[in-house]
Design a protein around this ligand. Sequence first.
Ligand code: SF4
Length: 618
Amino acid sequence: MPAPKLFGYGGRIARIDLSKNQVRVEATPEKLAREWLGGRGFVAKILWDELEPGVDPLSAGNKVVIASGPMAGVFLPGSGKIEMGAKSPHTGLYGEGNMGGHLAGELKFAGYDAIIIEGSSPEPRYIFIDDDKIEIRDATRYWGKGAIETEKALKNDLGEDFKVACIGPAGENLCTYAVVSHDFGRQVGRTGVGTVLGSKKVKALVVRGSRGFELAEPEKALAKGKEMFEACFAKPGFEEWTPYGTAGVTDWINEIGAFPTRNFQTGFFESYKQINGPTLRERILILDKACTACPIPCGKYSKANYKGRTVYVEGPEYETIALMGGNLGLERIEDVAYVNYVADELGIDTISGGSVVAFTIECLEKGVLTPGEVGRELKWNDPDGVAWLLERIARREGIGELLAQGVQKAAAKIGKGAEKYAIHVKGLEVSGYESRYAPAMMLAYMTADIGAHHNRAWAITYDAAVGQDKIEGKAGKVIELQHVRPLFDALGLCRLQWVEIGFELSHYAEMFPLVTGWSYSWDDLLRISEKIWNLTRCFNKRERRDFGRAYDLPPVRWMEEPLPSGAGKGRYMKRENAEKMLDEYYNLRGWDSNGLPTPAKLKELGLDFVLEKLDLGA
Ligand code: SF4
């Protein structure tokens, strides 16, 4: 019997087994779509179901799940997000990230909701998808090339209309925070999905699709889509935000004392005006660049001159300005763009990469490492030194072998108190918000399932709105954001229209039934998001027997060292206060005092199946 039509979905899942050199295409199960939506929901459920507990992230047993969502590729603002996930080789926990560009829609146009990459190949391969045709092809001639260079080469060889996602040398050499790169500057970063692809010897995925997919109510959806675009253009924030994209927050983050500076030693960078949004626009911008169907192009494609060398790069966006700008003491936007380009070509995450370099410089500054051990002297505001170290990390040469594992593992091996300079939660380097004077943001980092990443809950605006000193009452807002923001990831949507220009969530709620034909309310969708959040928490417990409260503590520096300057001067988070925030958070979530979902909570969310594989106690 043919599978029922799934409106809003490509309708198929492709399974690529590299060990067997085999491709299998399955119908997307309606139950999976109805209960987990897509994107982040598919990644979480498939990894839970299909990975052997305790699997080595770099073994053939790990899987990469690539999934779009039901709203991806639909005519509505910001419908170009795709999720990729695997057990993280960086943290050993649940790993996942998303990116914009044009892959999500293309994959659905080819008729696929997800690609599952399993096994591993002894030789370099790329995965070729052209509607129904899927092939595992030889990638020897692309292996060793930079990520941007690879994308260009594959487009030259196959045609401009193929969408390419690929890895750079960092992924090939198993640096644990390697990204998957797409559209010359969009990346799935943070947890090392690029590394897992590298371990499977997969250099790239190329996709071209022309089949399209059906919507439940196409005429109404088209009218609603038009209304949504018009509403976006009419937002007062549209004119203010669009020229600078995310780089536009640089000044405000400095003002509130939250800009990572010289390895998070403080929260205010005195040269911020030389690396902020207006400076980027004035000095290096060539054009504004957008993902599929986006009315507010945050991509700032730039051309920068560094010591006579011209580089082209998408960005720097805010996170890179923070972690590879202020956090490395770089004082010129051209220098930030240059190191951004180096990281992008090598396929290194700019947040973790910036943090690892900053950690190294501070270790040198404090005498914990010597220039002899590192291979040279490194200073703040030293773009040549940054590029030199990133190269070594990507190739795992010299000190790069140690640093390619991230700050937590590097600090543990270095000893001598280096942990104080390792700014991370759960082994994931902190993204662009120094949070000693932003407790909600700190709690968001502490409790994010993948480690300290802002995309799960950008709570810093709430800190500013209700008081940066206030600790009580922040957990509720963090939880609310942790349900709304990841829901975008499950639907295949960009959240920046909502976050940055105040686009109303009700529009998405109204569009969802027109796309899928399912009469889910926004609250129903949020309930699914909560279910995903609880499942990934359980995934972490399944992978690490000791997982629990201790994993949720902030970086040591934030609990011990008062901020020396900026708006938050003198502030830090006493451990007892961090614990208080966790108590409030766990309580509101219905988790036990060790931060684990109770069996009753799991049953309430329809996650009974988790209890079969995980002993959480009665
Ligand atoms: Fe892409 Fe930026 Fe637009 Fe979001 S706001 S869809 S990330 S261009």
